[in-house]
Structure formats: structure tokens, C-alpha cells
Design a protein around this ligand. Structure first.
Ligand code: AMP
Ligand code: ZN
Length: 474
């Protein structure tokens, strides 16, 4: 398997540090606003990378941070008059809800800055002791020129950084390129005690601290959007490698931007569409499918037509899966295979190979889509032509769709292990109605529902977590 490494600017053979395991860290959001499609693209991309690695048999340990204290959060809280902590908490919850809705598998660990202040302080102290950090009037800074490999990720040169740059009045740093590890508190800002007085961490230091805390001093993958290469990831490397003296991350992966009319989708430009808005118009799988139609490193143009197109394509695949299911009901025991079965078999065999080749080539989901449609077309042709389809070859097609569905996070409805039956949905509905009736103090009717359900062999039990039900013998 090959992955493109931003650090070496080439595709490399993927070899994790420990056999059979991949430790990965993805920079999480700064939680001060709703998640938009740009963020979602990045997190869906890493979700599919993680799913594929798991599919290949790796044990994946995935960590994603929450920046829950930061200039942007403080500024937004000042604008809205909210408490910064509550504001961050609210958007953190919304983010998790959005990711769940989009079927992005949760990270194994979600460290938050505000719960790791002491770890961050230790990290900064360590840098200070090693001579890479110094205290200025308004904070503690990392002295960039001390780290000889600075620029190795982004290719930026110290001289370029210095051109036209200067230390602004009021800034306590020695050189314009130095960046804050710790910011001394201004009046009214959230703050924590530290050896340098009250204050809060700079942005970059959190990722160095929290990733190494949970994944060790060396790990396999670190990712984020393209805009994080510089300065965020460049600074993360400088801090971490200065601290540990070791090469830190093996593979750096970066996603391309979601673009709107030639510009990056971003909060600051106001050209964004939130996941919540999109989910009112499109299903989560349509959004995933839209995102995955492009390779994760390419820019992705957001247009209504683009999403509509993805929706139509996905529906074609749903129809095909549905057709297979219907056909399976009347499919024959395969005493014989004829030319048609062998033709379809060949398409599936080839498609599976192509799917793996594409995904093994730097997780190229755009290429991996093609064989999916080849199978869909071949299945539909087969079903149109053959009067008595054969079960075995249809099962192979279905298995193929199930496999790609697991990797892409689509087709979930068709392959659910336990399909919630209509009956179960109706019971849940009656439980809700009963709860409403009890709220309105209509106990007679509420009890009637409970009694009648009991007669049907469904027993309701009220627990502190809500009403649950079980089947009983009557
Ligand atoms: P932020 O909360 O701004 O730090 O962003 C969280 C993640 O989303 C980072 O990895 C960003 O690079 C990524 N991101 C933000 N905007 C876009 C966009 N328009 N397209 C792709 N990724 C983005
Ligand atoms: Zn980060």
C-alpha cells in the first residue's frame, strides 16, 4: 500500500512502526461554530482512511483533539456574551452530533485542551530547559531559529519568513517567526496557573502534547486539512522533535479544500454550508458519496449540481442492491453456470481487484468508485437478460457491495446486522405517545396502552433512563 507523504512529497510504501497497528492523530476542530462541509470533507476522508486500514486488518488507535480554548473562541464568546467554556462545550457537542449523523466513526480518544493544561505546561517547561523556549513579556515563545529542521514539512525558509515581518508593538518575542507556547492572560480571559503566571496554551502546543501523551513519541499518521501544513504542523514538528530529539511522525497526510466558486469554504469568508443545513436536504450517505467522488488530496468544488449528481449515482447503486435482493428471492440453486454467470463473475472479480488497487494507491476513492459502477451495470444487465438468475453469483455481487459499503460508510440500510422491524418501530412510537399522555396527566389512556401491549406480549418497564420494553410469554 502506498500513501502520499507531505513530508517527503512523494508516495511511499506504507509501513507502520509496529506491525499490524496504525497509530494516527487528526487535528480536530476549534469549537466555536457549526461544522461546515469543508470540515466534514476532511473528517470523512480520514474516516475512510481509518476504515480502510481496519478493513485491511490493522488495529487502529485514533486520537483527535478538541481545541476548546483559543483566541477565536474567546472572541466569539465576547461577541455573543456567552461564557467561553459554555460556548465551546455547546459546539463540541454539536460537532459530535454532526459526525455521528455523517457516520464518521468516533475517535478512540478525544483529548481536550482544557483537560490537559498540566501536560502542556510540562511540555513547555521541557522546551525551556532544553533551550528552545524563552519567556517574553506577554508569553512563552518557541525560538524557531534554534530548531535546525524548521521548514522540512512546508518547505518554507526562515529567510522568507523574516522578509517584511516584524515583531509587533506589545509582542514580547525576540524574532518575528517565533510563536507562542503559552499566552499570558489579558483581563477577562480564561486562565490557568503556570510557572509564567496566569495564562493559557498557544494553539500548536496542544497537538504536540496530547498526541505524544496518547500515541507515544513516535507514531504513524498525522493528518489535517492543507491549511494546517503551515504554520500549525510545521510548528508541531519543531516543538515535538526539539523536545524528544526523535523523528516524530512517519506519514503526514493532508486533505484538499472544499471550494466555492474558486475560494476555500471557510467561516471567515462566510461562503460555507453547514452540515446541519445539508442534512435537511440530503442524506448522510449522499454527502459522504459526494465527498468520496474526489481523491482526498484534490480540491472539491461544492455545487448543488455536484451533490445532486452524487445523489443520483448513489440511488442507482441502491436500486441495484435492491434488485439483487429481489432477484435472490427467486434465484435458483446453481446446478449449472452458463456464459452469463461467468461474465458477471469476471466483472466482480476484476472490480474487487481494481477497488483494492485504487485504495492501496493513496486511498484513491475517486478511482475506487469506478469498479463499483462496473459491477452495478453488469448486475443490471445480467438481471435483465437472465430469466432464472443464480444465487451464488448474485451473492458475490452483494458481498462486493457490502465490502465497499463498509469501507466508504455507505449502503448501511441494506447490510444492517439487525434490521429494526416495523413492529419494533411501532412499539417505540407507542412508548413515545404514552410518555406524552403521562406528561398531559392522561394516565387512564397511558395505562391502557401499557395494558394492551402487555396482552400482546410486550411488557413496558419505566426506568430512570426512560421506558424500555421486552417480549414476554402470555
Ligand atoms: P478548524 O476548526 O478551522 O481548525 O478546522 C478543522 C479542520 O477542518 C482542519 O483540519 C482544517 O484544515 C479543515 N478544514 C477547514 N476548512 C476546510 C475546507 N474548506 N476544506 C477542507 N478542509 C477544511
Ligand atoms: Zn493540530
Amino acid at each position: 500500500m502506498k500513501v502520499y507523504n507531505t513530508l517527503t512529497k512523494q508516495k511511499e510504501e506504507f509501513k507502520p512502526l509496529r506491525e499490524g497497528e496504525v497509530r494516527m492523530y487528526v487535528c480536530g476542530p476549534t469549537v466555536y461554530d457549526y461544522t461546515h462541509l469543508g470540515h466534514a470533507r476532511t473528517y470523512i476522508a480520514f474516516d475512510v482512511i481509518r476504515r480502510y486500514l481496519e478493513h485491511k486488518g490493522y488495529t487502529v488507535l485514533m486520537v483527535m483533539n478538541f481545541t476548546d480554548i483559543d483566541d477565536k473562541i474567546i472572541r466569539r464568546a465576547q461577541e455573543t456574551g456567552e461564557d467561553p467554556k459554555e460556548l465551546a462545550e455547546k459546539f463540541l457537542r454539536y460537532f459530535l452530533e454532526d459526525m455521528k449523523a455523517l457516520k464518521v466513526k468516533p475517535a478512540d480518544i478525544y483529548p481536550r485542551v482544557t483537560e490537559h493544561i498540566q501536560d502542556i505546561i510540562e511540555f513547555v517547561k521541557n522546551l525551556e530547559e532544553k533551550g528552545y523556549a524563552y519567556e517574553g513579556s506577554d508569553g512563552v515563545y518557541f525560538e524557531v531559529q534554534k530548531f535546525k529542521d524548521y521548514g522540512k514539512l512546508s518547505g518554507i525558509k526562515l529567510e522568507e519568513l523574516r522578509k517584511g515581518a516584524r515583531v509587533e508593538p506589545g509582542e514580547g518575542k525576540r524574532n518575528p517567526e517565533d510563536f507562542a507556547l503559552w499566552k499570558k492572560a489579558k483581563p477577562g480571559e480564561p486562565k490557568w496557573d503556570s510557572p509564567w503566571g496566569e495564562g493559557r496554551p498557544g494553539w500548536h502546543i496542544e497537538c504536540s502534547t496530547m498526541s505524544t501523551k496518547y500515541l507515544g513519541e513516535q507514531f504513524d499518521i498525522h493528518g489535517g486539512g492543507n491549511d494546517l501544513i503551515f504554520p500549525h504542523h510545521e510548528n508541531e514538528i519543531a516543538q515535538t522533535e526539539a523536545c524528544t530529539g526523535k523523528e516524530w511522525v512517519r506519514y503526514w497526510l493532508h486533505t484538499g479544500f472544499v471550494m466555492v466558486k474558486g475560494e476555500k469554504m471557510s467561516k471567515s469568508l462566510g461562503n460555507f454550508v453547514t452540515i446541519r443545513e445539508l442534512l435537511q436536504r440530503y442524506s448522510p450517505e449522499v454527502i459522504r458519496f459526494f465527498v468520496l467522488q474526489k481523491h482526498y488530496r484534490s480540491p472539491l468544488d461544492y455545487t448543488e449540481e455536484g451533490i445532486q449528481h452524487a445523489k443520483n449515482n448513489l440511488e442507482k447503486l441502491y436500486n441495484t442492491i435492491e434488485n439483487i435482493r429481489i432477484a435472490l428471492e427467486k434465484a435458483e440453486i446453481p446446478f449449472k453456470w452458463s456464459k452469463e454467470e461467468f461474465e458477471l463473475y469476471e466483472v466482480i472479480r476484476e472490480a474487487k481487484k481494481k477497488f483494492y488497487e485504487a485504495m492501496d494507491d493513496d486511498f484513491n476513492t475517486a478511482e475506487a468508485m469506478k469498479p463499483i459502477f462496473e459491477v452495478a451495470n453488469a448486475v443490471n444487465k445480467y438481471l435483465a437478460k437472465v430469466e432464472k438468475p443464480k444465487e451464488s453469483v448474485l451473492r458475490k455481487a452483494l458481498e462486493f457491495f457490502k465490502m465497499v459499503g463498509e469501507v466508504f460508510g455507505i449502503f448501511e440500510e441494506y447490510f444492517k446486522e439487525t434490521k429494526e422491524t416495523k413492529e419494533e418501530k411501532l412499539i417505540e412510537l407507542l412508548i413515545q405517545v404514552r410518555a406524552e399522555l403521562r406528561k398531559q396527566k392522561n394516565y387512564a389512556l397511558a395505562d391502557k396502552i401499557r395494558a394492551e401491549l402487555r396482552e400482546l406480549g410486550i411488557q413496558l418497564e419505566d426506568t430512570p433512563q426512560g421506558t424500555i420494553w421486552k417480549r414476554i410469554n402470555v
